[in-house]
Design a protein around this ligand. Sequence first.
Ligand code: NAD
Length: 282
Amino acid sequence: SETSYLVGLIGTGVGPSLTPAMHMAEGRAFGLDYSYRPIDLTAAGISPDRIGEVLSWARALGFDAVNATHPCKQLVMAHLDHVDPVAATLGAVNTVLFTDDGDVGYNTDTTGFAHGFTEGLPDADLADVVLVGAGGAGTAVADALLRLGAAHLTVVDLDVDRAGALAHDLATRHPLQRVDAAAFDKLPALLPESSGVVHATPTGMAEHPGIAFDASLLRPDLWVADIVYRPLDTALLQAARAAGAPTLDGGHMAVYQAVDAFALITGLHPDADRMTRHFRQL
Ligand code: NAD
C-alpha cells in the first residue's frame, strides 16, 4: 500500500487552517510520508471559478487528494467524475480523491459533524431541534441532523429568505421528516419547545464576539452544540453550561471532518482520540 501522500487545501484565506497540521501529525503517527499543503487561490492570483483547472493541475502534479473550502465547495462539483451520494444530496464537496477511476467528491463536513455529535452528545434527544445559521456550515449540519434522525428541524437565520430556502431544500431531500423555517424573532417561542439547538453563525468568534440569541432561553433540558471553534469555549457554551445544559463545542466537527477525510485519502482508520488531542494542543 501507499506510504507517501501529497494533499492540498484549496480555497481563499486558507493559510491559518489547522487542518494541514492535523493531517500531517496523523500521517507521521502511521509512519507515512504525508504532506498537506494549503493552496491559497487569493495569494496565487487565481480566480475560484478556475477551480476545474486547479483540480487538473493538482492531479497532474501528483496530488493524491485535495480538500476544498470556501468558496470552492459548490464550484468543484461540476468538475468531478463521481460524487458520493451524501455530498450530492447536500450539493457541496469538501474532499476530492484523484483515483484511477477519476476525480471523486465527498463531503466530510456533514459526516464529520454527525460523527462528532454522536461521540460528544450520544444521548441527545433529536425530537425537536433548532438550527441557528443557514449558511454553508449550517447546511452541512442540517443534513447531518436529519440523517441522524431529527424528527423536526427548524431553521432560523437573520436572513429569513435563506432560512426558508434551506428548509425547503431539506424538506425535499428528507421527505419523511418535518423541516420548517422560522423568523429570528420567533426563537423565544421556539426554544422552550425544543430538545436541542445548534449554533452555526459566526457569532462568538474572536472577530464577532457575543451570543447570537438571548441566553436566558437556555435551560438544563436543551442541549447546545456550537460549531464555532475559534475560540473553542464560546460565550454561548459558557452560558449553556451555567444554565446546566449539555454542550458540544465546534472542535468535534473540526476534528472529525479531518478524521473522515484522512480515512478516505489513505484507506486507514485514523485514531480520532489522537487527532482530537493534537487539535486541542494547536
Ligand atoms: P456563512 O457566512 O455561509 O453563514 C452564516 C449564516 O449565519 C448566514 O446565513 C447569516 O445570515 C447568519 N447569521 C449571521 N449572524 C447571525 C445571527 N446573529 N443570528 C442569526 N443568523 C446569523 O458562514 P458558514 O460558512 O456557514 O460558517 C458559519 C460559522 O461556522 C463560521 O463562522 C465558523 O465559525 C463555523 N464553522 C465551523 C466549522 C467546524 O468545523 N467546526 C466548519 C465551518 C464553519
